[in-house]
Design a binder for this molecule. Structure first.
Ligand code: SF4
Length: 867
């Protein structure tokens, strides 16, 4: 069994993985100790990748109109439809919507086909939703989209400021690296976030600011540094262009008191942060979606970058503004030019760049202006301006804001192609043609992580059925459209070499992105390529890729404070869970990853809940001007009053509710086009159903005819949470499979309990109540996996004759340790550190993703003991 070194499928940390194939679609996974991003560590998602490579739900054959067809016919059909649309309506009548899940080689050929040969720049990517404000901010300040920091800088910093980033959940290995730096050198940590997340557990200071007040805070910090003589005037003078009125305008409203009021923070805390920053030269400010996914995301980025430029905290070890990307290859997409606003290889649409790229590609029809950004692109689809759309490896019917509009647009589009590895997604329902793409584990190519490290992703399994790599699919369509010579690639290495050559073509130092050292790699060298970073230490010499070589301070004004609206008294924020990824097409297959959060929750402050008559566990309708969806209430001390939070992961496939994408408005940042997901006006309302219950079953029922349901993977089957009105006895017929039945119906109390048994083994059980208690789900889930004869009496009672205490919601996914077990261990054994808990019950000793949660529990128990 050979060890294969590859890269994790999920976030922008880009961890190296060492995988060993142990059977058909089975593998053992470990962190790659030689990879510079993670040095052998993996988080819960990476650790359990092996549970997500099964073939269930895979798209295995091309389809036209829902019917299986050959690749040859499918390719010809797609090529003809796109060519027809271009011939009749012009190149801007077609579009590609692609993904940060694509490999760089896939991205490169898609970008080349659209911008160099079809002749439009209508190719945009779901990375638009994730980091395009960082791109726009970098270009405004540096002249090029360059992240000037690497993970090593986190190891060398004395202060790390996390802005709008739940790093402990969304980039767990980076968080562990930060914790290691704290341990090793006492690095200070400040978290700036409207929510108190688990990331705050390890922090020296948490500034729980008013959403959208980041510019005010950073402008206040810059003014403070200016007042205290903490600017690097020599660096500013030599290397930074400052607009004429910049300092005067900054001083207006940026004093400590005004800043604190604007941010709704205590002046003491704000002063503590300002002072810490001003006196700590080695400072990294790491930011993520809380900054980018805002209607003023680009300004927020520039407010952060301004502070680093003006204090000279850039281009030196342990310093710099660090935008960390959400997706595994968002950065590779930026490098090839996969955003509609760039042309290729970090070039924009300046006439000289257009001419260079046209020549390099020998392009038949080079695009000469930017294309439509994601939200505008789907608006154009809805308005009938796009006649043919190709969606690659993404699910915009769920993930884009105002997802109802996106669905209507897809339904109205004359020709929709979806290439994906998953057969049924909320988007593929609208596809006229479905093309089976290879999945992670079958793909071969490169990805670039948040710190500019390019790593190889290597195939572990042959593609199943007729699945093909995305680069192959795009190349075949391009050839069928008549551009055979320009797309004469036989393997990903051919594409990568061309991509490297383009980055170097007529570069002459104008752009930092330059892969000339990879331009002549042999196939064997490409296969063996070690992770390597481009741009060793950007801006170390104080030169920036602008015409005059200087960076720019960008004047950004704090947003005026908006009051709550009577009809929409709350502010809705959206984000990720620790163990799930985007729309769960992969992580949803993993029983372990599905345990951390089994339902989509709306987190709210206890006083807001009380005001709305909502209790923990109630079902709640969250409504915004855009739409509404149903979530389970979770009262959270981490929420500010007036603000609620929901996760982004649930789709129609897994739940009748939990649809976060329906809620945000289709408003975008004016510079980047990135949607603002973080501050949507909202209201909540408790839903009253006549009964609630759950089903456990080896197989998921085809149809679930209840007002509310959520289905998640568990051990050997599914757990389906239910709520509804009407006669719950109907559910027994609707949801339980054939088999021997044990039933207990108490009509007076409205309790229904029924189990289906086949061959003596439990295959499904249903528990419904009108106002009583429901049994412990975990004991029953374990019965599904049990090989022993089902005991009907115990099943109908919903507990063992010799009861074991419930372990509670899973905290440690690796060792299946629940909340109750951890709390009992901490309290019962007087454990005071996360390490103590690990020694006692193993929790937190593998991937470490749950360590912040354990830390929080230790703190809460200690606090309760002192109360
Ligand atoms: S932090 Fe986790 S999800 Fe992100 S790349 Fe590493 S293992 Fe994968």
């Amino acid at each position: 069994m050979n060890e294969i070194r590859t890269t994790c499928a999920y976030c922008g940390v880009g961890c190296g993985i060492s995988a060993t194939v142990t059977g058909e679609r089975e593998m053992a996974i470990a962190g790659d100790p030689a990879h510079p991003a993670n040095r052998g560590k993996l988080c819960s998602k990476g650790t359990h990748l092996g549970e997500t490579v099964g073939l269930e739900g895979r798209l295995l054959h091309p389809e036209i109109g829902g019917k299986r067809t050959t690749w040859e016919r499918a390719i010809r059909h797609v090529a003809r439809k796109f060519a027809d649309a271009v011939a009749r309506h012009g190149p801007d009548s077609v579009a590609f919507y692609v993904s940060g899940q694509l490999l760089t080689e896939d991205y490169y050929v898609a970008n080349k086909l659209m911008k160099g040969f079809i002749g439009s720049a209508n190719i945009d990517t779901n990375s638009r939703l994730c980091m395009s404000s960082a791109v726009a901010g970098h270009v405004r300040a540096f002249g090029e989209d360059v992240v000037p920091v690497g993970y090593d800088d986190l190891d060398q910093a004395d202060l790390i400021v996390l802005v709008g980033s739940n790093t402990a959940w969304c980039h767990p290995v980076v968080y562990q690296r930060i914790m290691a730096a704290r341990e090793a050198r006492g690095t200070k940590l400040v978290v700036i976030d409207p929510r108190r997340t688990e990331t705050c557990e390890g922090a020296d200071l948490h500034l729980q600011l008013r959403p959208g007040s980041d510019v005010a805070l950073m402008n206040g910090l810059l003014a403070y540094c200016s007042d205290k003589g903490a600017l690097d005037t020599a660096f500013l003078h030599a290397h930074v262009a400052v607009p004429g009125n910049f300092w005067k305008a900054l001083q207006c409203g940026s004093d400590l008191w005004t800043t604190s009021a604007a941010c709704d923070l205590s002046p003491v805390d704000v002063h503590a942060f300002f002072e810490l920053f001003a006196r700590t030269r080695r400072t990294v400010t790491l930011f993520s979606q809380g900054v980018n996914q805002s209607l003023r995301g680009t300004d927020q980025v520039n407010a952060i970058v301004n502070v680093h430029l003006a204090t000279g905290r850039i281009g030196k070890p342990g310093t710099g503004p660090f935008s960390i990307t959400g997706q595994p290859n968002a950065m590779g997409g930026r490098e090839v030019g996969g955003l509609a606003t760039t042309l290729a290889a970090h070039r924009d649409f300046a006439p000289g760049n257009i001419e260079d790229v046209r020549r390099f590609w020998a392009a038949a029809n080079i695009a000469t202006k930017p294309g439509l950004k994601a939200v505008d692109l789907f608006r154009a689809v809805g308005e009938g301006r796009i006649k043919a759309l190709w969606v690659m490896a993404t699910n915009p019917a769920v993930s884009l804001p105002d997802a109802s509009m996106v669905r209507q647009a897809l339904a109205a589009c004359p020709f929709v192609v979806v290439s994906d590895c998953v057969a049924e997604t909320d988007t593929s329902r609208f596809a006229h043609v479905k093309l089976p793409a290879a999945a992670w584990g079958e793909k071969d190519g490169t990805v670039t992580n948040s710190e500019r490290t390019i790593s190889r992703q290597r195939a572990l399994f042959p593609p199943p059925g007729e699945a093909r790599p995305d680069w192959w699919i795009v190349t075949e369509v391009a050839r069928a459209m008549g551009w055979r010579n320009a797309f004469a690639y036989d393997r990903p290495a051919d594409i990568y070499r061309e991509h490297a050559r383009l980055s170097a073509y007529r570069n002459g130092g104008a752009r930092l992105f330059d892969l000339s050292r990879h331009a002549a790699l042999t196939n064997a060298e490409y296969d063996a390529l070690e992770p390597s970073q481009w741009g060793a230490r950007p801006f170390a010499d104080g030169r920036f890729p602008t015409p005059d070589g200087r960076a720019r301070l960008v004047a950004v004004e704090a947003a005026p404070q908006g009051g709550a609206l009577r009809k929409w008294p709350l502010t809705l924020n959206t984000g990720r869970y620790r163990d799930h990824w985007h729309t769960m097409t992969r992580t949803g297959q993993s029983p372990r990853l599905s345990q951390h959060r089994r339902e989509p929750l709306v987190e709210m402050h206890a006083l807001d809940a009380e005001e709305h008559g909502i209790d923990e566990g109630d079902l709640v309708r969250v409504a915004t001007p855009q739409g509404a969806s149903v979530f389970r209430a979770a009262l959270s001390p981490g929420q500010r009053r007036g603000e609620v939070f929901v996760p982004i992961h649930w789709t129609d496939r897994q739940s009748s509710g939990g649809r976060a994408g329906l809620l945000p408005r289709d408003l975008v940042d004016p510079h980047s086009g990135q949607p603002g997901f973080k501050t949507t006006p909202a209201r909540v309302e408790k839903l009253a159903f006549e009964w609630r219950g759950f089903l456990i079953a080896r197989s998921r029922p085809e149809a679930i005819p209840t007002a509310y349901f959520t289905a998640v993977r568990v051990g050997e089957g599914w757990l389906v949470e239910l709520a509804g009105d009407g006669d719950p006895e109907d559910l027994v017929r609707a949801l339980l499979p054939r088999g021997d039945r044990a039933e207990n119906v108490d009509r007076a109390r409205g309790n229904v309990r029924a189990a289906a048994i086949d061959g003596g083994l439990l295959i499904a059980a249903l528990y419904v109540t009108r106002d009583g208690k429901l049994p412990d789900r975990d004991w029953l889930i374990a019965r599904l996996a049990a090989a022993e004869e089902a005991n009907s009496v115990e099943l109908l009672a919903g507990r063992s004759a010799t009861p074991v205490p419930p372990k509670g919601p899973i905290v440690c996914a690796c060792f299946d340790v629940g909340l109750n077990t951890i709390v009992d261990a901490i309290a019962g054994q007087s454990l005071v550190t996360v390490e103590d808990v690990g020694t006692a019950i193993a929790a937190g000793t593998n991937c470490g993703s749950c360590r912040p949660a354990i830390q929080r529990l230790i703190g809460e128990i200690k606090e309760a003991a002192h109360a």
